[in-house]
Design a protein around this ligand. Structure first.
Ligand SMILES: *Cc1c(COP(=O)(O)O)cnc(C)c1O
Length: 500
């Protein structure tokens, strides 16, 4: 066995800092890095076909066309692409992705967008309508999450990631100013959304990960042990993206309160489902501002709020934290400048569409939608439990994650992809999930999912010799000890995305 093979085989048994050290050294060995480069190029060439399907079908513009194109021609091309893409999500083949998707609802939001397309909340004097919509969006969300009487305030952002990053930045600046913390740390379960790691990287906050229990809920004792003088915030999800587990928010936020640090509930996914699920009689543990230790929450209007893509809400208990989010510049020659979020100019039309979604659907509409989604998820879970090769992970309401102890779950995922499904492959542990939306409540969709899933399992069992397409990539990404190399591969993938 040569050195490279030996390393690849045994490196996983070493402690992480040593692996990282070896990784840095190994990447400097040219024969090794050439080999890896070649491997990346081969993988990328293989997936380029599926990432860039329009190359030969539509005109390509690597530079501005000399003369402008006909509107009709542009619209026809876009209609053609929409037709190619639409059946996928419209007929419920996609996990998450499009959360509402009824034609009438989309047409209504499009009308609202058209009316407001020039609006920019940065110019509150010109578009007071935009600020009215945003103030009311925040207030409606605060009320829905039981923050109305608790001085809860917030802002509208561009999505869940921005909401989370804004909150982490606010905690960092709050802790520096009020407690003198210069080496801030956040405590988050490993299942918390990647946006928290992104915030950790962007804002220099050390990420302290805590494990989850057998039901994928954050380990409170581990959180207790992780708290120290530099802790600024503890995080929990309601529910988590991977397995749909609701962390013990009451206990975690109580711990945060005890130590006078912040607590953020990430309700990006569940914020517009759990309040109604609770009223419908489902077992929903406390997750919102009723727990006194919860000092901020993120909730995505562009998921189960059924708004167009591009809005989310970040909420804080009290104005003080929100002030640490704001940006103001008083000496800029461009004038007095201030903005609530990361962006400067913002699409007021998206806030208008969000407001229109919230007020046109109303509490009754959201309750009915939640009822349909939860019932569909229950029916699917019941059927998945009948498949002996599969095992549902945790005890979730509308995200159905499952693994297998007997077959390669990624091969099952590949087979589902052949049948047009676009499901999420997850790792650590290896599993896949279906995030149930209104698209899956259409007649026949749940039945089709189960039928296809059973057939996929049978196929994988009958063809153990077949490797599958993505299964080896998932397998490698899940088990490769040198995580930096996996990261490099993802960067190559992003390069591919931006290739004309
Ligand atoms: C989707 C999601 C996010 C991030 O939201 P984006 O809108 O994709 O930026 C954060 N947390 C959870 C639990 C989510 O499901």
């Amino acid at each position: 066995m040569n050195l490279e093979d030996f390393l690849m085989k045994n490196i996983g048994k070493l402690p992480a800092p040593i692996v990282e050290w070896i990784e840095r050294r190994v990447k400097k060995i040219s024969s090794f890095s050439q080999k890896i480069e070649k491997e990346y190029d081969e993988i990328m060439a293989e997936i380029e076909v599926s990432v860039k399907p329009y190359k030969d079908k539509f005109p390509v513009f690597a530079k501005l066309p000399e003369a402008g194109r006909e509107h009709g021609e542009i619209l026809r091309e876009m209609e053609a692409m929409r037709t190619l893409e639409e059946s996928h999500w419209k007929d419920g083949y996609v996990s998450g992705g499009v959360y509402h998707g009824d034609a009438e609802h989309i047409d209504f939001l499009n009308q609202v967008y058209a009316i407001n397309s020039q609006s920019n909340p940065l110019h509150a004097d010109v578009w007071p309508s935009a600020t009215k919509f945003e103030a009311e969006i925040v207030s409606m969300c605060a009320d829905m999450l039981n923050g109305a009487d608790q001085n809860v305030c917030g802002t509208v952002s561009s999505g869940g990631t921005e909401s989370i990053m804004l909150a982490m930045k606010a905690y960092r600046d709050w802790a520096r100013e009020t407690k003198g913390i210069t080496k801030p740390e956040m405590i988050a379960p490993i299942t918390a959304h990647a946006a928290f790691d992104k915030a950790s990287q962007y804002f220099g906050i050390k990420m302290v990960h805590i494990p989850v229990d057998a039901n994928f809920r954050a380990d409170v004792n581990a959180a207790r042990k992780a708290v120290n003088r530099n802790t600024i915030v503890i995080v929990g999800s309601a529910p988590s993206f991977p397995h749909g587990a609701i962390d013990p928010i009451e206990e975690l936020s109580g711990l945060a309160r005890e130590h006078r640090v912040g607590f953020h509930t990430d309700a990006c996914l569940g914020g517009f489902v759990l309040p109604w699920a609770e009223k419908l009689g489902y077992n929903v543990p406390k997750f919102d501002f009723r727990s006194p230790g919860v000092t901020s929450m993120s909730v995505d209007t562009h998921k189960y709020g059924y708004a167009a893509k591009g809005t989310s809400v970040i909420l804080y208990r009290g104005q003080e934290l929100r002030h640490y989010q704001y940006y103001t510049a008083s000496d800029w020659p461009g004038g007095l400048y201030f903005s609530p979020t990361f962006a400067g100019s913002r699409p007021g039309a998206l806030s208008a569409a969000c407001w229109a979604a919230l007020t046109s659907i109303g509490a009754k509409g959201y309750t009915n939608a939640a009822k349909k989604i939860l019932e569909t998820a229950d029916a699917i879970k019941k059927e998945v439990r009948q498949i002996p090769e599969l095992r549902i992970l945790g005890d979730s309401l509308f995200v159905i994650a499952f693994a297998s102890d007997t077959i390669d779950i990624y091969k099952v995922l590949d087979q589902m992809t052949h049948k047009k499904w676009s499901l999420n492959g997850l790792h650590k542990p290896s599993c896949m999930h279906l995030c149930v939306t209104l698209r899956h409540t259409q007649p026949g969709v749940a039945e089709r999912f189960i039928k296809d899933l059973k057939a996929a399992v049978e196929y994988v069992k009958a063809h153990p010799e077949e490797k599958g397409e993505m299964a080896p990539v998932y397998g490698m990404a899940a088990t490769m000890p040198m995580r930096g190399l996996v990261g490099d591969m993802l960067k190559k993938y992003l390069d591919l995305i931006f290739k004309v």
